[in-house]
Each structure stands twice: as C-alpha cells, then as structure tokens.
Design a protein around this ligand. Sequence first.
Ligand SMILES: C[S@@+](CC[C@H](N)C(=O)[O-])C[C@H]1O[C@@H](n2cnc3c(N)ncnc32)[C@H](O)[C@@H]1O
Length: 232
Amino acid sequence: MRIDLLNLFPEMFAGAFEHSIIKRACQKGLLQIALTDIRDYATDKHRSVDDRPYGGGSGMVMMCGPVFDAIEDIARQDGPVDEVILLTPQGRPFDQQTAKELAQKQRIVLIAGHYEGFDERIREHLPTKEISIGDYVLSGGEIPAMVVVDAVTRLIPGVLGDEYSSVEESFSESLLEYPHYTRPAEFRGWTVPEILLSGNHQEIKKWRQEQAHKRTHRRRPDLLEDKKDVED
Ligand SMILES: C[S@@+](CC[C@H](N)C(=O)[O-])C[C@H]1O[C@@H](n2cnc3c(N)ncnc32)[C@H](O)[C@@H]1O
C-alpha cells in the first residue's frame, strides 16, 4: 500500500514513522509513505499557501491552487489514487471500520490542513472523503494523519506478525478487548485471575469473551447491539 501525505511540516513525521510497526511495514515493502510539502506548489517567492478570508474574520485560509496542483501532480507521477482524504474536525469520525476499509486500498492520499482550514472549493471540487479523529480541534492535520496511518498500517495483511493480534483487538468485533496480564502472577498482593494460569485454553477463551462483553457493556454500551443480555 502507498500513502501520500500532503502537508506543511514534513519534518514532523520523521519520529512517528521511523520506529516500530510502521518502520517494519516499510522495510518489509508492505507500506510506502510519500511526503509532499504543499509549499512546493506555491507560486510566489514567499511560498505562500494561505491567504486572508473573504468576508473578513480571524485567521488564514489554505488556498486552492497549491492543494489542487499538488494532488494533480502526484496523481500524474505515480499512478491511480483510490481515495483522497481531507483531515478536518468536520469530517466523519475515524473508527476501526474506516481503518479497515482504507487498509484494503492500494493508494490513498491524506491532506493535512492548517490555519482556519481549507478554502471550501477544495472540499467541493476535489473528490474527497473527510475524516475527523475526534471532536476537538488540533492546530494542524499532521497528528491526525499520523493517527490514520498508524491505525491503517496495523491492518495491512502481513504487517502484524501474528495475524490474530489485530483480529482480537478492541473494536474489531464491536467489542473492547479483554484484560491482559503478564508475569509475575502476584504483584503487591494483586493476583492474576486463576483461569489464566489453568492451561485450559477453551475455558480461557470463554473467560476472555465474557470479559470483553462485560468491559464493553460497562465502558462503551453504545458499541453493543444487544446491551440487555450482558450482566456485569
Ligand atoms: C485549527 S484546524 C481548523 C479548524 C477549523 N477552523 C474548524 O473550526 O473546523 C487546522 C487543521 O487541523 C486539522 N485538524 C484539526 N483538528 C482535527 C481533527 N479533530 N481531525 C482531523 N483533522 C483536524 C485539519 O486539517 C484542519 O484543517
């Protein structure tokens, strides 16, 4: 899979993408990340990508020209793009289902905004989806882009060593994941549930399923289709 990131601060991504699972996915050839600085498509000597809003008001607005030119240029250079995504607090809330859908694509483009946001004509005339990572406003789209890239990368087949690690994770079946424990079996008098030490894999599986349901019921009942069947 290839992910293109259109943004204004490419240097912000170095730390996030040069470690752990994303780095390994790139090394294995399962993921390619291409960073494009929208300023490279500015047309004045100041490399401006924003301007004052028509109608007045505070802040600056990202201009159409550099964004359209950047998208059209990268699409021309490297073959078809399956999805162009605008990162904006006004978009569809990002969730595991959206991450799964994106992980099926060959190539996506994420556009990270800044300032007051995008000229509305970008939204209207670029064939984009809009994604929000939550109901709060960040200063720029770089961190949302990192969130999307990370969540999607985990779901690209072959990225996680153990195929089951992502299948059992929170949200994969509209459930939060069951609790985990590791050694020691007793820490400061707090013990690990007996069942996990029993070696009875069938009973452990059952216990984990029950715990996942109870936890989801307690913390996120909105995720459960049938909330009434589950008792705490
Ligand atoms: C300061 S925000 C602009 C917010 C805009 N004035 C509004 O009220 O909707 C600047 C940029 O950060 C990114 N951003 C901020 N919060 C975000 C969120 N929750 N999800 C996705 N992107 C976000 C977007 O790319 C946005 O264009």
